[in-house]
Design a protein around this ligand. Structure first.
Ligand code: ADP
Ligand code: MG
Ligand code: MG
Length: 199
């Protein structure tokens, strides 16, 4: 079973991973975007960590909904509302249980990923964060480690794609040959989840 502390540790681990990889995320956002993805997420996850420590929500759902609100209010770019919606919707689906089973979390995260697709109007293969989120959540029924690997492969598989959503889509064919920054950060979130589960 996963409790509020598990989700708090996931977000803290994710914040550390985002901080460590921020320069790389911003570099990926340079040829096909506006070179701010790393700094956007660093600001957002720093706010998430601070809020979760200060308010200490005591259920998994409340932790994730608070984190989602922080991302929406602190990240100006497209990724803020998208990741914020991911976490808020996932948290909402978990309700007010004090502990949730891994299968319940996998179902809730699927609802969160579906909400990202609806908000972004995006589909698999559009070269967005969804290309890592969807394979990740699909593999979550197997294990956290499998989800991490599937999301990583999904991010790598964005390289040959032409972007159909977000800033990168303005480049048309010139977006081909670059890894999507949002798919890369999504893979980091799954990596943080696997690290948290293994710790
Ligand atoms: P911005 O593009 O506003 O500067 P970021 O650089 O923080 O925002 O985030 C860019 C990432 O957001 C992209 O790499 C992509 O993965 C994701 N993204 C952008 N638009 C969409 C969308 N409509 N649907 C899903 N993901 C999107
Ligand atoms: Mg950007
Ligand atoms: Mg921007």
């Amino acid at each position: 079973m996963l409790d509020a502390d598990f989700f708090r540790r996931w977000l803290t681990t994710a914040a550390a991973a985002v901080d460590r990889e921020a320069d790389r995320l911003t570099e990926l956002d340079s040829p096909i975007g506006d070179a701010d993805h790393g700094s956007n997420l660093r600001r957002g996850f720093a706010a998430v960590t601070a809020a979760v420590e200060k308010e200490a929500p005591d259920t998994p759902g409340a932790v994730l909904m608070l984190a989602g609100r922080q991302l929406i209010s602190t990240v100006g770019g497209a990724s803020g509302p998208l990741y914020g919606t991911l976490l808020r919707r996932t948290g909402k689906a978990l309700g007010d249980a004090a502990q949730v089973a891994e299968t319940e979390f996998a179902q809730a995260l699927r609802a969160g990923v579906d909400a990202v697709a609806t908000l972004g109007g995006s589909a698999p293969g559009d070269k967005t964060m969804l290309d890592a989120l969807l394979p990740g959540v699909d593999a979550l029924s197997t294990s956290f480690a499998a989800a991490c690997e599937a999301a990583r492969q999904g991010a790598l598989a964005t390289v040959p794609l032409q972007a159909r959503k977000g800033r990168a889509s303005y480049l048309g064919e010139r977006s081909v040959g670059h890894q999507d920054p949002g798919a890369t950060s999504s893979a980091l979130l799954f990596e943080a989840l696997a690290d948290t589960a293994a710790a």
